[in-house]
Structure formats: structure tokens, C-alpha cells
Ligand binder design. Structure first.
Ligand code: AMP
Ligand code: ZN
Length: 462
């Protein structure tokens, strides 16, 4: 069976084939680094990680690029409001300079990279700061001006959506519709159409910006991703990810400007989007008050991998409501899996083909991780498989799931428990089952369990 992914662009599950097999060009929209990432944001990167690990499981060679938005993102995804980075500078009492902006960006980018590491998310091959790619933005904007896809107003350079008839394809909105384009608020009368979006914003009263041939200012958030995507992955590439909030504005605009500048369609073959994490029915947003960071979870003693595991328990296109009791349930289940794994002994046998086929069948169905996890449980429960083969199979699945089985360390079993276990083994050999049962009960009461396997008894923590 081939891999199938749901493509937002066609609204269908499609067979995945890259433009240049076995290579896959993959861009994931990175964080806007004016604050800590919240656990909702991290869902986007777990999705990117599962896509990458699945592709590698299938033998593809993935090149993943992720941007760091450190300039040009306004508080509204359209063109209104304050620059998010300026907001960050204000919050932290920092001066309004490009240097201070970069310092702020590097600080939150480093924190973000720590989160990725803690969640076992593979670092992208290329991490690109928007502020290091002004030239690429300017070049693309110049091309758009030359080809008459863009026009100038007193406050910036805008993309004219009327020149791009496919503008509404990704979001599926009707042509001419302005629904959800936040530009309606605070109409800019110089724009030809309120959905026209900014490519270059001239410096405002802060006089902050980059001196370029377009004038002093900042690139728009959307052009940054197009310019960096084209620079590192070419004019057309295979996969682009982000949260569903990016569909109607950011990714719609990326397609319009990239395809207009390069003349090549499609800019990206597969657009994949994760659903949101809410808290108590409310959207979790970096700019709001109700956001939880991974650090908060860690400070509460929760293993960050338990959060990854909880995310994988739902399909990435299903909305999830975050609460601590659900996360606790996931952590208990994960500990149980870890315990089962540690009870498997040291030998690594062969991957069980039938289970692997089943596991792959679920991945192939648009990355159905909840069902893939049920197969993991089935492997542990199956009494007809040798422990060594179970171990090989679990490690094989974990190349995609990333739950960290490989690095689990057996806790040293205390001396008194080992002594009781030895006595029990002796009693069993002497067929003194009453005594052996009593010793087992005593071991259990001390928080350990003994399992009789073909290779002898095995002691582990309950
Ligand atoms: P930002 O740093 O705000 O640009 O967002 C980084 C990524 O997180 C983007 O792909 C967003 O679409 C995604 N995102 C933002 N909020 C949430 C949320 N509550 N749940 C899931 N993904 C989110
Ligand atoms: Zn982006």
C-alpha cells in the first residue's frame, strides 16, 4: 500500500509521490519568536516530525527547512496591528533596535529548540532566520513589481490578489469573499482590494527597519516563507506544514506570491495542517493569557514525551482539548509501556512482519497514529511472540513514534529484592509452590514483580 496524506489543497487523501524521488523537500512554518512557544504550537512540530520519520521509515531522503519568524509578523495574520517582535521588545523593556530584536529572537529560538529536543522532535536540516534573508525577500518583491502583481501605497508594497485567479483555492472560499480576512477591520483605503496583502511594509513612527532599494522597512511575514522556501527547496517542492490557522491567510498568500513570482505551479504539492489545541474550549494563543508551555509541564514533573504520546493518541486533524487529567492518563499509559519494554530482556530479535504491515497500513492512512499505537499495545500483549522479537518490533515502530524506548535505562533492582527473587527461584526448583507464592507476594508488596520466562525469571519495577 502506498503512503497517503490528506492534502488541504485538494481536500482529499492522495497518494504521496515526491517530485524527485527518493528526495523530499519539506518546509514547516516555524515559530514567531517574540515569546515562549506554547504546547499548542508544539503540535505543529510533532506533526512535522511524524511526517519526516514516516517518510524516512519508507526510505525517502528528507530535507526539512524551518523558518524562524523574527521580523515582520503583525499581531493580525493579515496586515493590521503592531509588529509582534516590537510587542516583545516593549514587554521586556528592550530598546527598539534591530540588534535588540535579534537578541530577543535568539533567546526564544533557543528555548524553542530545547522544547523540540525534549519532545524528541528531530531538528530541521536548515533553520532559517527571516532577518537573514532580506535580500531574497527584496528580489522576489521586485520580480512581483516587474510582473505587475504588486503595487505601492504610502505605507507599503502590496500583492494584488485580483491578478491571481487561484487565490481562493487553498482555503476553499468563494472568489471575492473576504470572510475571515482580518483586513476588513481598519480598512486601508489605498488598497485596491481589502484582501490584498503586504509584501513590504515601510518603517512607521519607530523608524525601525532595513534600508533596501524598496525603501526602509520590513518584509511581510508571508513573503519571508516564500523566499526562504524557494531558496532552500527550489521553486517547487513536496510538503509544507503549519497549523490550520495558516490556511486562509499565510499559506494562501504564500502560494499566490510564489507562483506569481516563479510562474510555476504548484508551489507545493502537499499542504498539511494540524488542528488546534484548545484549553477549556478556548483557543490557546501565544498572545493570550491561557497558554501553557512545555517548561510548565516539566516543572510539574510531567515527562515531555508523555505530552508527545498524548498528541499521538489523537489524529492530527482532530481538535484536542488540553487538560491535566487527560495528560496524566497518557503518562500512566506511557509508563506502563516503558515497564513492559524493560521487562523484555536484552536480546533484540527480528521485527514481526505481520505487525509491521499493520502498523504501516495505519501510517499509510494519513498518519493514523491512534490506530498505530493500538498495534504497539498488541505487540506487547501477544503471548505468541518471543520477547526478543517484541523488542525488535517495538524499536522498529519507535523510529516513527519517537517515544524513546531505545534510551530507556533499567533501574537497578535493589539487593533485598534480588535476594527474595533468588529464594523464590530456589523454592520453585524445589517445587515448594506455597513458599514461592508467598515470596512473590512479598516482592509485589515492595513494588516489584517477577515474571517467569523461557530464559528464567525476570524482576522489574511495577
Ligand atoms: P506561531 O509561532 O504563532 O507562528 O505558531 C507556530 C505554529 O503553531 C504554527 O504552525 C501555528 O499554526 C501553530 N499553532 C498556533 N496555535 C496553535 C494551537 N493552539 N494549537 C495547535 N497549533 C497551533
Ligand atoms: Zn510560514
Amino acid at each position: 500500500m502506498p503512503l497517503k496524506f490528506y492534502n488541504t489543497l485538494t481536500r482529499e487523501k492522495e497518494i504521496f509521490t515526491p517530485i524527485d524521488p527518493p528526495n523530499v523537500g519539506f518546509y514547516s512554518c516555524g515559530p514567531t519568536v517574540y515569546n515562549y512557544a506554547h504546547i499548542g504550537n508544539l503540535r505543529s512540530y510533532v506533526l512535522a516530525d511524524i511526517i519526516q520519520k514516516t517518510l524516512e521509515f519508507y526510505g525517502y531522503k528528507v530535507k526539512r527547512v524551518m523558518n524562524i519568524t523574527d521580523i515582520g509578523h503583525l499581531t493580525s495574520d493579515a496586515d493590521d496591528g503592531e509588529d509582534k517582535m516590537v510587542k516583545g521588545l516593549k514587554r521586556e523593556g528592550k530598546p527598539f533596535t534591530l540588534e535588540a530584536m535579534k537578541e530577543l529572537a535568539v533567546f526564544y529560538k533557543d528555548k524553542f529548540m530545547d522544547d523540540l529536543k525534549d519532545m524528541n522532535i528531530k531538528s530541521p536540516d536548515i533553520i532559517a532566520f527571516a532577518s537573514d534573508h532580506i535580500k531574497e525577500d527584496v528580489d522576489m518583491i521586485e520580480t512581483l513589481l516587474e510582473r505587475a502583481f504588486a503595487y505601492k501605497t504610502s505605507d507599503g508594497i502590496y500583492f494584488e490578489i485580483a491578478k491571481f485567479p487561484d487565490y481562493w483555492n487553498l482555503s476553499g472560499r468563494k472568489k471575492g469573499s473576504l470572510e475571515n480576512t482580518e483586513s476588513r477591520i481598519g480598512e486601508n483605503l489605498e488598497k485596491k482590494n481589502q484582501a490584498d496583502f503586504v509584501l513590504w511594509k515601510f518603517s512607521d513612527k519607530n523608524n525601525l527597519g532595513y534600508e533596501t532599494k524598496l525603501g526602509k522597512g520590513f518584509p511581510g511575514w508571508h513573503i519571508e516563507c516564500s523566499a526562504m522556501g524557494v531558496k532552500y527547496l527550489g521553486e517547487q517542492f513536496d510538503i509544507h506544514t503549519g497549523g490550520i490557522d495558516h490556511i486562509p491567510v499565510h499559506h494562501t498568500n504564500e502560494i499566490a506570491q510564489s507562483e506569481s513570482a516563479t510562474g510555476k505551479k504548484p508551489f507545493v504539492k502537499f499542504w498539511m495542517h494540524n488542528e488546534f489545541i484548545d484549553t477549556g474550549g478556548e483557543k490557546m494563543a501565544k498572545s493570550g493569557d491561557n497558554f501553557t508551555t512545555l517548561r510548565t509541564l516539566i516543572e510539574k514533573g510531567i515527562n515531555p514525551i508523555a505530552y508527545r504520546f498524548w498528541l499521538l493518541m489523537a489524529h492530527y486533524r482532530t481538535k484536542m482539548n488540553f487538560n491535566y487529567s487527560a495528560l496524566e492518563g497518557a503518562e500512566i499509559a506511557l509508563k506502563r509501556l516503558y515497564g513492559l519494554y524493560l521487562g523484555l530482556g536484552d536480546t533484540i530479535g527480528n521485527v514481526h512482519q505481520e505487525y509491521q504491515n499493520k502498523f504501516k497500513e495505519y501510517l499509510e492512512d494519513d498518519l493514523d497514529t491512534p490506530r498505530a499505537l493500538t498495534i504497539l499495545w498488541d505487540v506487547f500483549k501477544d503471548e505468541n511472540i518471543r520477547d526478543a522479537d517484541k523488542k525488535a518490533t517495538v524499536l522498529d515502530f519507535d523510529k516513527v513514534l519517537g517515544l524513546g524506548f531505545k534510551n530507556l535505562k533499567k533501574e537497578a533492582i535493589p539487593e533485598n529484592i534480588l535476594k527474595l527473587a533468588e529464594e523464590r527461584e530456589e523454592a520453585r526448583k524445589n517445587k515448594d509452590f506455597k513458599k514461592s507464592d508467598e515470596l512473590r507476594a512479598e516482592i509485589n508488596s515492595l513494588g516489584y514483580e517477577v515474571k517467569d520466562t523461557a530464559e528464567g525469571q525476570r524482576v522489574s519495577k511495577i
